[in-house]
Ligand binder design. Sequence first.
Ligand code: FES
Length: 200
Amino acid sequence: MSNKQGVSRRRRNLVIATTCAGGAAGAATAVPFVAFMLPSERVKAMGAPVEADISTLAPGQKMTIEWRGQPVWILHRTQEMLAAVEADDGKVADPNSERKPGEITPSYAKNEYRSIKPEYLVVVGICTHLGCSPQDKFQSAKEPFDAEWHGGWYCPCHGALFDLAGRVHKNKPAPDNLKVPPHMYLVDSKILIGEDRKGA
Ligand code: FES
């Protein structure tokens, strides 16, 4: 079913549902209700940018935002986590994000921490091997995946490991680092995911 057909069907169903629920009064409000609801559904399906409020995201915490049907993770890294990223430079396959320029890592995140601001990492939470969802393994002492595990993510499907900058460890099945989506800061406490206004 095409998206257009899907929208038409949903519109028809919404009109029917609202009319049935509200009788004559419902019929009168059906069109404005549908007119209000459908554009945002359409916009979401097309992958419109979404805002993330990070004002309450404490150091060490991660939040997930849905963008284009994908989970986007925002991790507020502590100083210890940033030090762990530096310590992992020799263990990861593409420490400077040089593979697939512009596709996996936008130019503004092509640095050691893979971020605009060192403390906030923004990545798509989908393994670059076959698309599984890696698990949070931030507590280095309790999750000894290797002799010097500093925390990061573990993909249970085939064992890929990613560090706290989303960089894949060497000799693991995932070919690339976790993708950094287009994003930008609207203000210090708000990140827009899905748009970076290149050149603006
Ligand atoms: S899907 Fe993650 S390692 Fe295979």
